[in-house]
Design a protein around this ligand. Structure first.
Ligand SMILES: NC(=O)c1ccc[n+]([C@@H]2O[C@H](COP(=O)([O-])OP(=O)(O)OC[C@H]3O[C@@H](n4cnc5c(N)ncnc54)[C@H](O)[C@@H]3O)[C@@H](O)[C@H]2O)c1
Length: 372
């Protein structure tokens, strides 16, 4: 049966989410809500659903709602997530919240704890996991074709440079040194964890280019972060916010290498290439390999170039998991997964503040199956 959904926060992203639910057979979009009346009214008319101007009114008036989608933003893109998420969880609704879970780590921890306490699904829009290349990559790992993980190199950010830089006037961005780290690193950190598991050690070098400095822009927009995973794989994340243009792999590339093979995802949703380590079937013979050569690559193009395709795919997965009543611990791209990424972000900020020291991120709280 289709899940009844209400969406809160109806700017660009809330509009996209509303459209995804309206087009998905597993959802019945019944309500939209924004403090800005005209936004709520416009979308209500577009999707022929009821408009609300406060979440409390929506929850009181729609007791049968199954899911509240929190697409609000706020300072550092996350300060308006906690309150509506907690309100919806307290009302017994499942929640899909945009990333980052919050711009405050204590709030994020509380949100995850509240969902567990009330035995509800809390998902996060970690939409970058829901692409054909990411699915193929997971398959390579699960089929044992990557082997023991050796390294993980991830570049994700925004293209730009000194010729395109515009100082930010938005009060939600301007003056926040950690805007990029708090608002964005949930994506790359969660992608790295999705493939390589929990991170136990973080060391960060964080800076900004001279054109930002001379404009009085405090955003620490260049992040080089070295990590170690619990399984002993090592990794590196390079993220920046439009200070340079990325080279090979485009705005989003992930190379994961193992003892049996290596894959590289390019441009998030577009393409995955796989190289078998020498010596196996269909791979280069060790005796034929000179220094600097490797096995011929297997390239799989998804045929998709629009990043926007990640939204309906991710939202459908959330609806599917709820329809299938999966154990809360197996929810894909859960609040807990998003919290882990945020713990790594906070560890990176601490490392930077302490001059690049090695920091151990706070481990995830234990998970207890709900008595029911
Ligand atoms: N996953 C992705 O790929 C992706 C991409 C871009 C943005 N985002 C995230 O999407 C979120 C939303 O971004 P945006 O640019 O659309 O946001 P925005 O800040 O422009 O708009 C948020 C809307 O929420 C409303 N709002 C705030 N608090 C409310 C409340 N308590 N009740 C009702 N309405 C409320 C505001 O009036 C506003 O219309 C951000 O958290 C951002 O990080 C995610």
């Amino acid at each position: 049966m289709a899940q009844k959904v209400g969406v809160v926060g109806l700017s660009g992203i809330g509009t996209t989410h509303s459209r995804c639910y309206a087009n998905d057979d597993l959802a019945d979009l019944v309500a939209v809500c924004d403090l800005a009346k005209e936004r709520a009214d416009t979308l209500a008319e577009q999707f022929r659903v009821k408009a609300y101007y406060s979440l409390k009114d929506m929850l009181d008036d729609q007791p049968d709602l199954d899911i509240v989608d929190v697409s609000t933003g706020g300072n550092e893109n996350g300060s308006w997530h906690y309150e509506p998420t907690m309100q919806a969880l307290e009302a017994g609704k499942h929640v899909l919240v945009e990333k980052p879970l919050s711009n405050d780590i204590r709030e994020a921890r509380e949100m995850v704890a509240k969902a567990e306490e009330n035995n509800l699904y809390l998902g996060c829009n970690l939409n970058h996991h829901f692409t054909p290349p990411a699915e193929r990559a997971r398959q390579y790992i699960e089929d044992g074709e990557v082997g023991e993980l050796v390294y993980c190199l991830h570049k994700m950010g925004f293209a730009g440079g000194e010729r395109t830089y515009q100082p930010q006037d938005s009060p939600r961005i301007k003056g926040f040194p950690y805007f990029h780290m708090k608002a964005f690193l949930s994506h790359p950190f969660s992608v790295m964890r999705h493939f390589c598991g929990d991170v136990t050690h973080v060391q960060a070098f964080v800076t900004r280019p001279s054109f930002r400095k001379s404009a009085g822009d405090v955003m620490l927009s260049i992040n080089g972060i070295h990590v170690r995973f619990a399984n002993d794989c090592i990794g590196y994340l390079l993220s920046q916010r439009g200070d340079a243009t990325f080279g090979l792999g485009g705005w989003w590339s992930l190379e994961v290498a193992g003892t049996r093979g290596t894959f590289c995802v390019e441009n998030c949703i577009e393409k995955i290439t796989f190289w078998r380590a020498p010596g196996g079937e269909d791979a280069a013979k060790p005796e034929d390999l000179d220094v600097g050569t490797s096995s011929g690559p297997v390239v799989t193009e998804s045929g998709i170039t629009d990043f926007g395709e990640t939204f309906p795919r991710r939202i459908h997965a959330f609806l599917e998991d709820i329809a299938n009543n999966v154990p809360k611990s197996q929810l894909r791209a859960s609040g807990r997964d998003a919290l882990a990424a945020l713990e790594y972000t906070w560890a990176a900020m601490e490392s930077y503040e302490q001059g690049g020291i090695l920091v151990r991120p706070q481990p995830m709280p234990p998970q207890h199956a709900h008595p029911s």
